[in-house]
Design a protein. Structure first.
Length: 159
């Protein structure tokens, strides 16, 4: 790369970052550029993919150990705010008891990110909804497992 070209690229990047800093908090920018817990867990205990009103989606998958979210990941095809919100939702939920993680709200994510622009607050709702839905699915699957076991027991006893 010629040094003139490198300089132009650096200037462009700096100008993009300058614009971003006018709109987003440092915490949002940091997670947008370097999201935590990004990805998808194979054979998760809980999983959900939720679509927001903007049409973007958020996936949450997690593993449970001793009643806590031992591992959690998110994926989104949404905007910078949704990446930051998914990252923060996963960070807040990591290591929490499932019931506590289910309480993680849009406002908690917004507070932890030091806010989002008004037009992007729904991105935090998408992250919160995806987390809650994955937890709901986890409990549903537990109930189904229990029902399955119960049916097997009945079948074994010939009732
Ligand atoms: Fe769709 Fe942010 S998630 S605009």
């Amino acid at each position: 790369m010629s040094s003139d070209f490198e300089k132009a690229v650096n200037e462009l990047q700096e100008s993009i970052m300058e614009d971003a800093r006018k709109i987003y908090s440092e915490k949002v920018i940091e997670r947008w550029l370097n999201p935590r817990n990004l990805g998808k867990i194979r054979k998760p205990d809980g999983f959900a993919k939720v679509k927001g009103p903007c049409g973007d989606t958020m996936q949450i998958s997690f593993k449970v150990k001793d009643g806590k979210l031992s591992k959690i990941k998110f994926m989104t095809d949404g905007c910078a705010s949704s990446i930051a919100a998914g990252s923060m939702a996963a960070e807040l939920a990591q290591g929490k008891r499932i019931e506590e993680a289910a309480e993680i709200s849009q406002q908690m994510i917004l507070d932890a990110l030091d806010g989002l622009p008004e037009e992007s607050v729904h991105c935090a709702l998408l992250a919160s909804n995806a987390l809650k839905e994955a937890i709901k699915k986890y409990f549903d699957s537990k109930r189904n497992d229990w029902a399955k076991q119960w049916n097997e027991d009945i079948a074994t006893r010939g009732e």
